[in-house]
Ligand binder design. Structure first.
Ligand code: LFR
Length: 488
């Protein structure tokens, strides 16, 4: 029997999931959940690291009250990092990518290097939030700070460092940075040189699963192994796609990551034009994908409504959307208008009016508008990815929280005219746990993990219905709307 603890830091909460694995049976228990909103100081957004590490310690204590832990693994979203000084301490709170401080960074970077060459070198979709751009913006605003730094650490590696005192960069999280050459899997040091970012900042790269170290004695937990799992939450989620065939995955949480798993990166002009990214997964596979906005707008809408004393669960919001008329209003869910936290209703109204549509009025209409727009975006991206890899997919696997939204899963089946396999919901935590179990020798390889997940995880199937033609028709209108709005 093995007992492992998986930490997953998401956009609104962090969680510690205890996995107890015994010969093919897994019991999964949330031992601790805590808030994870960015800390606002002087109009800037940061990771509240002392509070969060405090919660990590509480979670370990709670788990240890009744269990002897075999290992711990941490995953978070990509790109964010902390800077460590010569004394081994954080130099300042890590910035949150939700802070729009990099919004204008691409033109500034393009003064130093050609952006298409940067894509060719790193294979990463050019998103202003990427680590390279955050580092560049930090260096521009605070050169002394970067000069004082001894290392930079991605967020999960930072938590591992606080636990073990060891400094590493796990490859899946590092592959979100725009700083890795995906052909070799090593740092693209020349890129950093061109931006005058010191190479001494780069920690050694490791592949999951890797033993980062054991918990420091002064923490009082004894020596628990800390494993570098696939520390990028999306990489962990893709580990647990319960399919060993040719799948398109949608990891649907706050973000939607839509893509496929390949043996080598695809870095072509077409992939560049579609803004498709090459990230690294388990066994150095390529996650060839696009980062899209996911449930974020609905999550914010739910928060906005709750603040106005109108509390709805996701299920209730989906039920309202189900009652609302189809295809009234469509938005581009990736329009920058929707990126920052804040009131979504006026933003959707503004978008609708700007693109000559009648804005939604009821809550159900707003939610339906978001779900339909997401499904349209997935359809578009499905087409782009198929074109870029010159192939079709056997099925779409939706994993993560969004796989619970039957309304969305059916829309995706209809929009893409494809079979949809939905689940597991807990994909990220399961991927984190499975890779810890791989480290403990409980699984032989990725195939064995996925075969086990096929049996273990609860999945739902959706097949396209007759609405496919309507979706095709509405798709042209959607594309025209996006064009008017100026993105895609
Ligand atoms: C999902 C995710 C995406 C990444 C975005 C920002 O949580 O990790 O994969 O692009 O967050 O880091």
């Amino acid at each position: 029997m093995k007992k492992v603890l998986a930490f997953d830091f998401g956009a609104s909460s962090g969680r510690a999931m205890l996995g107890i694995y015994d010969q093919g049976d897994l019991s999964l228990e949330e031992v601790h959940r805590f808030k994870n909103y960015p800390l606002e100081r002087d109009g800037q957004l940061f990771w509240d690291i002392d509070y969060l590490f405090g919660e990590v310690k509480v979670a370990i204590q709670k788990a240890q009250q009744t269990h002897v832990l075999d290992s711990i693994g941490v995953d978070t979203w990509g790109v964010d990092f902390g800077l460590i000084g010569d004394d081994g301490q954080l130099l300042q709170l890590p910035r949150s990518y939700r802070d729009p401080y990099t919004a204008q960074v691409l033109p500034a970077v393009s003064q130093h290097l050609d952006l298409q060459t940067l894509y060719q070198r790193t294979g990463n979709q050019l998103m202003p939030i990427n680590t390279l751009f955050q580092l560049f913006a930090t260096q521009q605003a605070a050169p002394k700070l970067v000069a004082q730094a001894q290392k930079f650490l991605f967020m999960p590696d930072l938590f591992n460092y606080l636990l073990t005192g060891k400094l590493f960069a796990e490859r899946s999280i590092a592959s979100t940075a725009q700083m890795i050459d995906p052909r070799t899997g090593e740092w693209a040091a020349d890129i950093l040189a061109q931006l005058a970012i010191p190479q001494k900042l780069l920690p050694p790269l490791v592949d999951a699963p890797h033993l980062a170290g054991v918990t420091k004695p002064e923490l009082g937990f004894g020596a628990i192994k800390v494993i570098n799992v696939c520390e990028h939450d999306t990489a962990s989620a893709v580990v647990s796609v319960p399919n060993n065939q040719n799948f398109l995955f949608i990891s649907c949480g706050t973000w939607s990551l839509i893509g496929t798993e390949l043996q080598a990166p695809v870095i072509t002009d077409q992939a560049y034009q579609y803004n498709l990214t090459n990230e690294t997964g388990i066994n150095r596979t390529t996650r060839f994908l696009k980062n899209l906005t996911g449930l974020w707008i609905i999550q914010e809408l739910q928060r906005n409504l709750a603040a106005a004393k109108r509390d709805y669960s996701f299920g209730e919001l989906a039920a309202l959307a189900d009652q609302a008329p189809a295809f009234q209003c469509l938005i581009d869910t990736d329009n920058p208008l929707f990126t920052a936290p804040g009131p979504m209703i006026p933003r959707i109204r503004y978008f609708a009016e700007f693109t000559g549509q009648t804005p939604p009025t009821t809550e159900g209409e707003f939610v339906r508008c978001i779900y339909e727009s997401l499904a349209m975006k997935y359809k578009l991206t499905y087409m782009e990815i198929s074109a870029a890899v010159k192939g079709e997919f056997d099925a779409i696997n939706i994993v993560g929280g969004g796989s619970q939204a039957a309304i969305l899963c059916q829309m995706v089946a209809d929009a893409a005219n494809s079979r949809v396999i939905a689940g597991p919901v807990e994909a990220t935590a399961l991927g984190n746990i499975a890779v810890q179990l791989l480290a403990q020798g409980e699984f032989k390889d990725l195939k064995e993990i996925r075969d086990w997940l096929k049996r273990y995880s609860h999945t739902q199937y959706y097949v396209p219905n007759q609405d496919c033609e309507v979706w095709d028709r509405e798709f042209s209108r959607y594309q025209a709307i996006c064009k008017t709005a100026g993105v895609d």
